[in-house]
Write a protein that binds this ligand. Structure first.
Ligand code: UDP
Length: 484
């Protein structure tokens, strides 16, 4: 722990969505573990999510400070109590939520003015943070929370828009990107399709511009995972980037792995006991992140597929309100009785990293949210990829075509975040689940996944590339603040 790093004062401002808060909390823990002082900003109703992680860090003698800002719902027409992106998306109130988020700029500026930290790490969805920090001559680092591959893919689509009309399933190559990356029009976010104009596209442009003006970018990935894209991002797109992940690996013991985000809907001891009763590499884990709510029809197809695949599973099912109330709409009759001992349904929040880390888990059916993928890579599981929206179709390509540790379920069309209609049928799901669990190809993918896990573990240890990248960032920020 260097003398200079002890003096570094970092403020971290995550976007109010669990997929963004969770990794940012891990980043705060990384900073404090290296002797810096870290403060996390959140709002009143998001504080419980943040507190657990802060307490865990405190126990290790690495305290993180908490700064709570009020969230103005009424002024922008949001119902009271809606303080997270997941809730706002469920109500189709993205615009109002972003308007309320923009109002956090003023308390941020007050905090920056009084505290004068050495650095502000702010989420991509807070594009005004660059100017807010610049007012006080404070460097702002951007945190996107996705892969370097996706960052590059999105930036080339922004810089070189598709001008020629394409039919929906016509294949095109992502311009300039190494590796001849093929996609169809339906797989890319609507705002990057030809001649698309709209509020979200303008917002994405603001994000891009604020990134260019910022001090640099913190990437939750590691260099060895995607070197061609890490180089492209730095050298061709000209970004100053520090690859410091997988940040979830800062959670070392079982308690820390189990207690990330929302309180789990299952007792962690029961869950571990269930997993302990299984052979190594014999269970598939199915979870689609923090935001996706599948239609009853799609859930029903998954249930049928799991049963007919004959595989053991842990399946995380989320709904609005109490999902159990709608059981009869999606659960085949007698399903849980028939699956007793063979499959476990978690209704609500799962202790994901703890589950993935268990030796019984062989594979992961994932929506390709980047945190989930990186958590899967860090625990050496192969994957069935089922992208839904956001940048997830890009992440799917990284997993299936570049890293070759997964197979696609066959999702074809990008959709808006939130509700998921029926798009993938039982047969396709069953086929992918069988294929990833058994056979030569499955074995090869698992071996590759295990090699990546070893690389991930090494990269965050002293001497590893992510460890060193964080060291150089800390050193650079320290010398900047000393005016060197
Ligand atoms: N997560 C979890 N339990 C759940 C669902 C999600 O612990 O039941 C965590 C998961 O480990 C990951 C984050 O929530 O860290 C989800 O982020 P991701 O980027 O995968 O997807 P998003 O939720 O942003 O779509």
């Amino acid at each position: 722990m260097g003398e200079e790093s002890r003096k570094l004062d970092v403020i971290l401002f995550p976007f109010l969505a669990h997929g963004h808060m969770i990794p940012m909390l891990d980043i705060a823990r990384l900073f404090v573990s290296r002797g810096a002082k870290a403060t996390i900003i959140t709002t009143t109703l998001n504080a419980p999510t943040v507190l657990k992680s802060i307490q865990n860090s405190q126990k290790l003698g690495a305290p993180i400070d908490l700064e709570i800002f009020p969230f103005s719902t009424r002024q922008v027409g949001l119902p009271e109590g809606v303080e997270s992106f997941e809730q706002a998306i469920g109500l189709d109130m993205f615009g109002q939520f972003m308007a309320a988020t923009d109002m956090l700029r003023s308390p941020l500026e007050q905090l920056l003015e009084s505290r004068r930290p050495d650095c502000l790490v702010a989420d991509m969805f807070l594009p005004w943070a660059t100017d807010a920090a610049a007012k006080f001559d404070i460097p702002r680092l951007v945190f996107h929370g996705t892969s370097c591959f996706s960052l590059c893919a999105i930036e080339v689509l922004r810089l070189y828009p598709l001008n020629v009309p394409l039919s929906d399933d016509e294949v095109f190559f992502l311009p300039h990107l190494p590796g001849d990356i093929k996609l169809t029009r339906l797989q890319i976010p609507v705002e990057y399709r030809e001649n698309f104009e709209g509020q979200f596209k303008r917002f994405m442009n603001r994000i891009g511009e604020s990134e260019v003006k910022s001090y640099g970018v913190i990437v939750n990935s590691f260099y060895e995972l995607e070197p061609a894209y890490a180089d492209y991002y730095r050298n061709d797109l000209g970004r100053r980037a520090w690859h410091i992940g997988p940040v979830s690996l800062c959670n070392r013991n079982r308690e820390e792995k189990a207690q990330r985000g929302i309180e789990a809907a299952v007792d962690e001891h029961d869950c571990v006991k269930w997993l302990d009763s299984k052979e190594p590499n014999s269970v598939i884990y199915i979870c689609f992140g923090s935001m996706a709510i599948f239609s009853s029809a799609q859930l029903h197809e998954i249930a049928m597929a799991l049963e007919s695949s004959g595989q053991q599973f842990i399946w995380v099912v989320k709904g609005r309100g109490d999902i159990r109330e709608n059981d009869q709409e999606w659960l085949p009759e007698g399903f849980e009785e028939r699956m007793e001992g063979k499959g476990l349904i978690i209704r609500g929040w799962a202790p994901q990293v703890m589950i993935l880390d268990h030796q019984a888990i062989a594979a992961f059916v994932t929506h390709c949210g980047w945190n989930s993928i990186l958590e899967g890579i860090s625990t050496g599981v192969s994957m069935v990829t089922w992208p839904l929206g956001a940048e997830q179709f890009f992440n799917e390509i990284l997993v299936t075509e570049i890293l070759k540790i997964g197979i696609p379920v066959g999702a074809k069309e990008w959709g808006k975040v939130g509700s998921v209609p029926l798009t993938v049928k039982q047969e396709a799901i069953e086929k992918a689940v069988r294929q990833i669990m058994a056979g030569e190809e499955a074995e090869e993918m698992r071996n590759r996944a295990n090699r990546l896990k070893e690389m991930a573990l090494r990269t965050v240890e002293e001497g590893g590339s992510s460890y060193s990248d964080l060291s150089s960032l800390i050193e650079e920020l320290c010398s900047k603040s000393k005016g060197d």
